[in-house]
Design a protein around this ligand. Structure first.
Ligand code: SAH
Ligand code: SF4
Ligand code: F3S
Length: 489
């Protein structure tokens, strides 16, 4: 493929990507074969993902590279190579990783040849790498968010010197290497990165510091990737970016996200398009009309993070919208697509949040009526402007507000979810139900989960299902005739 065997023979390391990584995949494969022959068995790996969809997609890339090298995938951490792909958006994400590293240490004592790798957003923080060097000396290698494509090179180096901790962190994005192998979790749906990084610097958020500035891929590159995925059996794509609404603004020939979506709708064989995340400040009327124009392809779902309902707090958060402008945006969206599902993220206890501010958040929740909402307790991230703000809210006050918010979003979420009861809609079947093997589980185009009687032959297909009864956040249904569909495909 990308690689010329002669180079491996002569030991010449290509300087250019992706040839360089193709070289290291071959080299690591050779090194791995030697270890494997010595042990008399194949070597296994497990990649554990923390955090968001971006990390989940990155993990698919890591798995693709490891399989190409010859490691065998397993889903237990009792493996020969374990990689944690970490998140640092809230403090508890970091605590979880440190806690689980203790467990890995015990496993490594039983299997001294075990390799442990760390990557992802946490590794872009200097103090984290310091802590790992000091307290977790048994870790074999660390790399960051800008060089996951270098995994083969790092593994090869680590196989050659297993006693040394290899630390390879870049300060910013230098190369974007896309043509490497990918192991998709699902055969029928896939994430597709349309952009990397974030320029928004919301005052509480660490993401711009660990993922760097916004970089958009070209529409041609994205379209080609989706066409390849469709040819490989994918029917649903999720376009990924921290703020998809600012897609394309920095390209040599600027393109809007709405234009990109319109183009993707033309790809034959692609049935469902999702995207996340939409920043409310950049959501254009053009996007609303493109969504309304393709109700059969673009899923009727918008994840529209609110963060707070108080204009004063939103201003301090650097979100660039107000309570009123957010509500007006929701009205425009609903006017164009009355049945759309709206979901959101909300932070409770941001510095300086008063009971009045919190009441504004509850008010927006009551007015918008989200299908579901992720609610987070504010977490201080050092290096962000909010971390040094005065008026940090006491823990007991936050806890009380959090409980009140959660019960409201759950009550409204249940009522909203139930609005499709009795209808027949398309379900993309994902898997056999985990509790009851006579059922299959899938999702409506608006992302609601449905369980219904069926078997493995339905996985990856969009099947019409009558939504018989709603149980909180999911439906139980029965398969219906194809001509009974009222929505979806
Ligand atoms: N780019 C996305 C969000 C990515 S982070 C957006 O702008 O919507 C996902 C969510 O984590 C955010 O929407 C926010 O609600 C939450 N979050 C981010 N930083 C946080 C912090 N310091 N404390 C608590 N929640 C946080
Ligand atoms: Fe963080 Fe704001 Fe960027 Fe989202 S838009 S990743 S919340 S800085
Ligand atoms: Fe976490 Fe990084 Fe995503 S900090 S939320 S994994 S971009």
């Amino acid at each position: 493929m990308l690689f010329n065997d002669e180079k491996l023979m002569t030991g010449q390391v290509p300087a250019e990507e992706p040839e360089r990584q193709a070289y290291f995949m071959k080299k690591a494969a050779q090194q791995l074969r030697e270890v494997s022959e010595r042990k008399g068995r194949p070597l296994t790996f497990d990649v554990v993902t923390f955090g968001c969809q971006m990390n989940a997609r990155d993990s698919e890339k890591l798995r693709g590279i490891l399989e190409e090298i010859g490691f065998v995938k397993t889903d237990t951490e009792e493996a020969d190579l374990v990689i944690y792909n970490t998140c640092t958006v809230r403090e508890n994400a970091n605590t979880k990783v440190y806690g689980r590293l203790g467990g890995l240490h015990s496993l490594k004592k039983q299997n001294p040849d075990m390799m442990i790798g760390l990557c992802g957003c946490m590794m872009q923080e200097k103090q984290v790498v310091e802590t790992i060097r000091k307290k977790f000396g048994f870790v074999n290698f660390i790399f960051g968010t800008y060089n996951i494509y270098k995994l083969a090179e790092i593994v090869s180096e680590s196989l050659a010197s297993p006693k040394r901790m290899i630390v390879d962190i870049q300060e910013k994005a230098e190369a974007s290497v896309e043509q490497l192998p990918i192991d998709r979790k699902y055969s029928f749906k896939s994430g597709v990165n349309i952009m990397y990084g974030c320029n928004n610097f919301c005052s509480y958020c660490i993401v711009p510091y660990v993922r760097g500035r916004e970089r958009s891929r070209t529409p041609q590159e994205i379209m080609r990737e989706i066409e390849r995925l469709v040819a490989d059996g994918v029917v649903e794509v999720m376009l990924l970016g921290q703020n998809v609404n600012s897609y394309g603004k920095t390209l040599p020939t600027p393109v809007s996200f709405a234009e990109l979506l319109d183009g993707i709708c033309e790809i034959d064989g692609l049935k469902r398009i999702r995207f996340m995340t939409s920043h409310p400040k950049d959501l254009s009327d053009e996007l609303i009309s493109v969504m309304a124009k393709h109700p059969d392809k673009i899923c009727p779902h918008l994840h529209l993070p609110l963060q707070s309902g108080s204009t004063r707090i939103l201003q301090s958060m650097n979100r660039h919208y107000t309570k009123d402008s957010y509500l007006a945006l929701v009205d425009r969206i609903r006017a164009a697509m009355p049945d759309i599902s709206l979901t959101t993220d909300i932070i409770v206890g941001y510095p300086g949040e008063t009971e009045e501010d919190f009441q504004e958040t509850l008010d927006v929740v009551r007015r918008v009526r989200y299908d579901s909402a992720f609610t987070f307790i504010y977490s201080k991230r050092s290096g962000t402007p909010a971390a040094v703000m005065e008026d940090q809210v006491p823990e007991d006050v936050i806890k009380d507000r959090f409980d009140r918010l959660l019960s409201l979003v759950q009550q409204i979420g249940r009522e909203q979810t139930a609005r499709f009861t009795g209808k027949t809609m398309g379900v993309l079947v994902e898997q056999i139900n985990e509790q009851d093997a006579s059922l299959v589980t899938g999702r409506l185009d608006n992302n609601i989960v449905v369980h219904f009687p069926g078997d493995a032959s339905l996985i990856g297909k969009i099947v019409p299902v009558r939504l018989d009864s709603c149980h909180g956040f999911y439906y139980l249904g029965t398969r219906a005739d194809s001509d009974a569909l009222v929505s979806g495909t």
